[in-house]
Write a protein of this length. Sequence first.
Length: 390
Amino acid sequence: MDYNDYMKYLTREIEKGLKKISSQFPVTLLTGPRQTGKSTLLKQLFPGYKYISFDDSSILISAKRDPARFIDELHTPVIIDEVQYAPEILPLIKLRVDKNRKNGAFILTGSQVFNVMAGVTESLAGRACLFELLPFSFNELGKKLRSIPACFNQILRGFYPVPNTEKTDIKAFYGAYLSLYIERDVRQIQNIKDISAFEIFLQMLADRAGNLLNISDLSIKCGLSLPTCKTWLSILENSRIIYLLRPWFKNTSKRLVKSPKLYFTDTGLLAYLLKYRDTKTLLSSSFMGTIFENMVIMEMLKKKMNMQLHSDLYFYRDSNGVEVDLVIDNGLSVSLFEIKASKTLKEDMTKSLIRADFSKSKKVKKYILSFHENSIPLGNDVTALPWWEV
């Protein structure tokens, strides 16, 4: 079965919300990393829409040469793919929408979140709704991989659609993915001349996945200036190659200035950068727990985005050395998660959860997520859950 056939019967968790909200705004913007299935999903959900892609150089040249005419002659409803290549059209879409506010008229996609959002914020505020599409979740793949080897085999393969729907060599896929990403996205955002230095920088980030991000140390180890490191990190974050998890503090302003933890949006890409080529090697490595933690946190992020949940993700770390892997703040309640790549539960797994200090005004729930197959109360209001239940 090829990718398009697979997508015809696959129900992505974002579909219901995307169809509903797109009918309530003149413009819908769907962003996310390359190869997450944005175009295929939209063609499937909106078959009556005209489809235009700025990956087609002739169409792109036409839009950039005379954007006003391009928009005037456009028949709606329409899907415009990779809109970041022609940001000139965004103010003109605004003018057209203001003249005739017809909900669902334009659906735009972009794989460079920063560039696209900058244009939308300036030109389409109040006229557009935003969705972000990450790679598949475990639920979307329809797999119940409850054994450790089976789960890590999926972690190694990653969650992009193509490696999961076609007989694709994952080494070849991620090698080509990086080349395309660097050539198309990185060089458009910023003219990076030393591509080899950027690739080394990316590999060094992979080695630091799951850890606090120390930009100064990274700058020294890479032999790059601090401003360059910050710029490259911004590129990687805004094109959704990496995800920075902020620390939780009672004082919300501290969350913005304290060091975040670094994760990769896709574990397959992370494993490729770390040169893990088979499941057996990964399972015997010291990185096993970190990459599992990375996967679970990304599953939580996908759930938040796909279901449009009003919750925020953090980690917890205080001056006493107490650390909790994941904090989900729902406003009135907070859920704390320790993530363990183990089937055996141990009493000391609960220590950080018990010692974490949270506001008495919030209801606090505490969980151990692991490969243990049953839900078990562990005392001190801590519950052990199979990771797949959340």
